[in-house]
Design a protein around this ligand. Sequence first.
Ligand SMILES: Cc1cc2nc3c(=O)[nH]c(=O)nc-3n(C[C@H](O)[C@H](O)[C@H](O)COP(=O)(O)OP(=O)(O)OC[C@H]3O[C@@H](n4cnc5c(N)ncnc54)[C@H](O)[C@@H]3O)c2cc1C
Length: 333
Amino acid sequence: MGVFKNIFIALSNNKYLNDAAKQVGPRMGANKVVAGNTIPQLIETIEYLNENKISVTVDNLGEFVTTQKESQKAKEEILEIMEAINQYNVDAHMSVKLSLLGSNFDLDLAYQNLREILLKANEYDNMHINIDTEKYDSLQQIVEVLDKLKGEFKNVGTVIQGYLYDAEKLIDKYPNLRLRLVKGAYKEDETIAYQTKEDIDANYIKIIEKRLLNAKNFTSVATHDHEIISHVKQFMKENHIEKDQMEFQMLYGFRSDLAQSIANEGYHFTVYVPYGDDWFAYFMRRLAERPQNLSLAVKEFATPETLKKAGLFSAIVLGSASILGLISKYIRK
Ligand SMILES: Cc1cc2nc3c(=O)[nH]c(=O)nc-3n(C[C@H](O)[C@H](O)[C@H](O)COP(=O)(O)OP(=O)(O)OC[C@H]3O[C@@H](n4cnc5c(N)ncnc54)[C@H](O)[C@@H]3O)c2cc1C
């Protein structure tokens, strides 16, 4: 299955496709996993989830930020979402990526942008701001920025990727920060990260257990893996860990029934809701993780309505559709 993963990761990194996709809004099934591209659509999604006892973390989608102007725009969009969350009084916080704030070309600019976001978050009842983790080569930047901010702000945290050999060291480094624990979404080589599902799961469970036993702040266990979720619930019971110390998280549009049943059992639950025009790379990364989601995309590609849309994108859609259609034949359901 590695070859499919590589193809989708390559598509996610293609700036031309990403730019073209922006013109037409979430398509190809992405509208099932992205909460639209207007504030009213976003707020409606959050309200629906809140009514079902589910909290939200919003991700303002964005890729390929290479200028100060683009990073400024991304920051303004994040501030606008925060203002709406506050104004509509919904239960939500933000997940942000340093790359969106300019870290790929100016780390200090990204730091200043993030600091501005955190200052505003303080005005909104200390809204939590999570720094999502990206490729390993940017991890040191997150550590640097966090170490500068953690004394000044209590509402900042990050994500630890269980596939990294360094994951346990990071868990030990940040007992006082709110942390989200994930398996890890990017392609890393064997000098940096575990490669097999067995090894990744084993390390993921190891860091979750260590964190839950030693944490001095809230922990988010973010996975769609029912076996890991069951294991964590059992571990908590055996070790008398209160439900209030943690939550489970999933991505919007994935395993909603399971999410709802966990929330109904009285666990805190947060759904990660991507929002905005820059949906293509996010959606390709989700297909890389689970190519079965492709059935959504192929179905939508085939409708005449999709093909009638903007000429440029239609051409891309047709090209991509044939590639994806071909791939889908080889995917076991
Ligand atoms: C809320 C959230 C935030 C995240 N933030 C980050 C981040 O900042 N940085 C980062 O690198 N990664 C992040 N990720 C992605 C994460 O690292 C994984 O790539 C992603 O969650 C896939 O791994 P998994 O743990 O869900 O389980 P997988 O290993 O993908 O799945 C394990 C098993 O669960 C079952 N399963 C999984 N999905 C489904 C489904 N849709 N339907 C039915 N069964 C299913 C299958 O049996 C599968 O074999 C985040 C994930 C979540 C949920």
